[in-house]
Design a protein around this ligand. Structure first.
Ligand SMILES: [Mn+2]
Length: 351
């Protein structure tokens, strides 16, 4: 039997960091699209059970339109069962007095549902004392929190050795937005599905859900389906060889060539550039945004200065460079900017 495991969808999330109001609105819809796309995947692959390990909804402050839209999705797919654990963002957000019959909710008390030889249980806390699984089933436990290396009393911390002996075969985890598989023992695995769609550059990389294939009480296959509507990418571009701004733009475009124009990018400029390179990151950003859905540039490149050239230079330029290099309270970025502008000004070059 196949089961989907997802988490941290954050429906209703505002998506306003980085993006314009119009784009944020579209991205907000696209989070729903990603959720619907996963359910479509389930439908077309005849998968009847979907686990949602918390933070389905972004916050308790989402509009009732968002909440109704979520319930409508469950109602629409009445042939699929949804096992939903409330997370730290969406505790008590859905009105549980009138929920669809195919939605099974876990909150503060341990509950479990049996499907043939598989049992799906869940609890909102790291309290283990009420967890009771039979040892003749393949047992899945939904939890929402941080897997930690040392035992801790923090309510969001999950210390896996505390679950030893409870017959758990699959920890369906949520809370960490990056997908990860943690091998616990020969019979047990802990899995973070990560979120379905990256919401910012701290959520770059592959995004999607896991498909568990359980046969005869064994996990015979675990597949990650990477399926974001738009992927979020952080791309390093070394500009050391660039001779001017157009050249930098060309270097970036070459690097972005292998990605979709519909994606979001943070381009990090690295390397050392010559003083003569007129690096206009604002213009480069504008040009890239004409072609790609969203690009922002983080400039970590450095002005190439041969400090030896100025060591014994008694000119004003030499004095200036030495003074700036001696200033201990400047950050690397500030130092570069001051050196660049100062040297150009003193050499009568365009700023
Ligand atoms: Mn969370």
């Amino acid at each position: 039997m196949k089961i989907i495991h997802c988490a941290d969808i954050h429906l209703g999330s505002k998506m306003e960091t980085n993006l314009s109001k119009e784009k944020a609105k579209i991205r907000k819809e696209e989070i729903f699209d990603a959720f619907n796309k996963m359910i479509e995947y389930a439908s077309s692959n005849n998968i009847k059970h979907i686990i949602i390990s918390g933070d389905l909804i972004d916050s308790k402050n989402v509009s009732s339109t968002v909440k109704n839209k979520v319930l409508k999705i469950f109602n629409k797919h009445s042939d699929i069962n949804f096992y939903y654990l409330e997370g730290n963002h969406d505790a008590h957000v859905l009105d549980l007095t009138d929920i669809p019959s195919n939605l099974f909710v876990f909150n503060s008390e341990f509950k479990k549902y049996v499907i043939d030889d598989i049992c799906i249980g869940g609890i909102c806390s790291n309290n283990t004392k009420d967890i009771n699984f039979d040892n003749d089933k393949y047992n899945i436990l939904l939890l929402h929190g941080n897997v930690v290396k040392y035992n801790s009393n923090e309510k969001d911390d999950i210390y896996l050795p505390n679950y030893n002996g409870l017959n758990i075969n699959y920890f369906a985890l949520g809370h960490i937005h990056k997908n990860e598989v943690i091998n616990v023992s020969k019979e047990s695995v802990a899995v973070y599905s990560g979120c379905l769609e990256g919401r910012g550059f701290d959520e770059a990389g592959s995004k999607g859900f896991y498909v568990l294939d359980i046969n005869d009480k064994k996990l015979v296959n675990l597949e990650f389906v990477n399926s974001p509507i738009r992927s979020i990418n952080i791309v390093n571009v070394d500009i050391s060889s660039a001779v001017d701004s157009d050249d930098i733009l060309k270097n970036i475009k070459n690097k972005l060539n292998s990605y979709s124009k519909n994606d979001l990018f943070k381009v990090i400029l690295t390397g050392e550039y010559e003083l003569e390179v007129q690096k206009n990151t604002q213009r480069i950003t504008e040009k890239l945004n004409e072609e790609y859905y969203f690009v922002k540039i983080e400039d970590q490149s450095k002005l190439k200065i041969n400090y030896k050239d100025y060591e014994n230079d008694i000119s004003l330029l030499g004095e200036f460079v030495r003074t700036v290099l001696d200033k201990q309270d400047l950050s690397e970025g500030e130092r570069n900017k001051i050196l660049e502008y100062g040297i150009k000004a003193l050499k009568n070059e365009d700023l």
